[in-house]
Design a protein around this ligand. Structure first.
Ligand SMILES: NCc1[nH]cc(CCC(=O)O)c1CC(=O)O
Length: 324
């Protein structure tokens, strides 16, 4: 039998789909076989202290503990779910080219954001999405929802419903007019047909790191030379610059992943441009700023994120976002 590497994944449809995608790419580049290790979330697998893994990110924590314990060689995360502080002993060995960064509206009767009736009920558990929606249309009623992507879709009539075979059909009932989900997750799950409108970043800035995957190994490497080489080949320099800027902004604002902060960097010619928004949770106040630097190193990208955050803090961003 040929050499194989072990990739750890959580059990959700999104996690297994994106882990499978990344692992197959890496297998193709490295010539190694893949073994998938299912890591149950939170309490049922973690024996060590979650606190040692840093802050929020309880979902990532179980997978990370497994990686540290050498129960697998590689973990695949959604970057936006990772706390900004990198745990000791682990590195983000590759950040592949990013998927669609935008948030997506999934609404009944294919209604666009501007066509939704007065007082429409919109489901999201994200303060960032809620605040930006309310800043755009203060008449919306935001409904706090939880659960995985198919579950959320199923709350909208005529949109998503998980069928017995695990596929997603169209629900005949629903208590919400629309939900907001990341376009990236929808596309990875093959659910883009359920998207009614891609929300323009001028209305809704995504979460820092949205749409990007983070492929993590132990700092000493995965234990497979061919996999380590494949990971560095799979890393995308532009995506890394963008997400470094976004995450440096977030960490400087001392905001956890649940804070109403949006950030999106893009490359414009020779420049790296970072746009950011801090909102108060009810959307009544928003502070939106942007900055740019000549595109050079990831250090410069981080500096861009930090300096934009500092100027926002100087203008009262922490107060706006309820962080102070
Ligand atoms: N917090 C859950 C989560 N983490 C990553 C994604 C989507 C994929 C991505 O942004 O890379 C989602 C679902 C969502 O926000 O709709």
């Amino acid at each position: 039998m040929s050499e194989s590497f072990r990739v750890g994944t959580r059990g959700s449809a999104l996690a297994t789909t994106q882990t499978g995608w990344a692992a197959q790419k890496l297998a193709g580049i490295s010539g190694l076989d893949v073994e998938t290790v299912l890591v149950k979330t939170e309490g049922d697998v973690v024996t060590g202290s979650l606190a040692t893994l840093g802050g929020t990110g309880v979902f990532a924590a179980a997978l990370r503990q497994h990686l540290l314990d050498a129960g697998c060689d590689l973990a695949v995360h959604s970057l936006k779910d990772l706390p900004t502080a990198q745990p000791e002993g682990l590195v983000l060995a590759a950040i592949p080219a990013r998927e669609d960064v935008r948030d997506a509206l999934c609404s009944r009767d294919s209604l666009g954001l501007d066509q939704l009736p007065h007082g429409a009920k919109i489901g999201t558990g994200s303060p960032r999405r809620a605040a930006q929606l309310l800043a755009y249309r203060s008449d919306f009623e935001i409904v706090d929802i939880r659960g995985n992507v198919p579950t959320r879709l199923g709350r909208v009539k005529g949109v998503g419903k998980t069928l017995d075979d695990g596929s997603v059909g169209r629900s005949t009932q629903g208590d919400l007019d629309a939900v907001i989900l990341a376009a990236a997750g929808m596309r990875r799950l093959g659910l883009e047909d359920h998207i009614t409108e891609y929300l323009d970043p001028s209305i809704m800035l995504p979460a820092p790191g949205q749409g990007a995957l983070a492929l993590e190994t132990r700092s000493a490497g995965s234990g497979h030379q061919a996999l380590d080489a494949a990971l560095s080949q799979f890393d995308d320099a532009h995506t890394r610059m963008q997400v470094e800027a976004e995450r440096a902004l977030l960490s400087t604002l001392e905001a956890g992943c649940a804070a109403p902060i949006g950030a999106l960097a893009h490359i414009d010619g020779d420049d790296l441009v970072l746009e950011a928004v801090a909102c108060n949770p009810d959307g009544s106040e928003t502070m939106r700023r942007s900055a740019r630097i000549a595109c050079s190193t990831t250090d410069a990208a981080q500096q861009l994120g930090r300096s934009l955050a500092q100027s926002m803090i100087a203008d009262g961003a922490a107060v706006v976002a309820g962080l102070a």
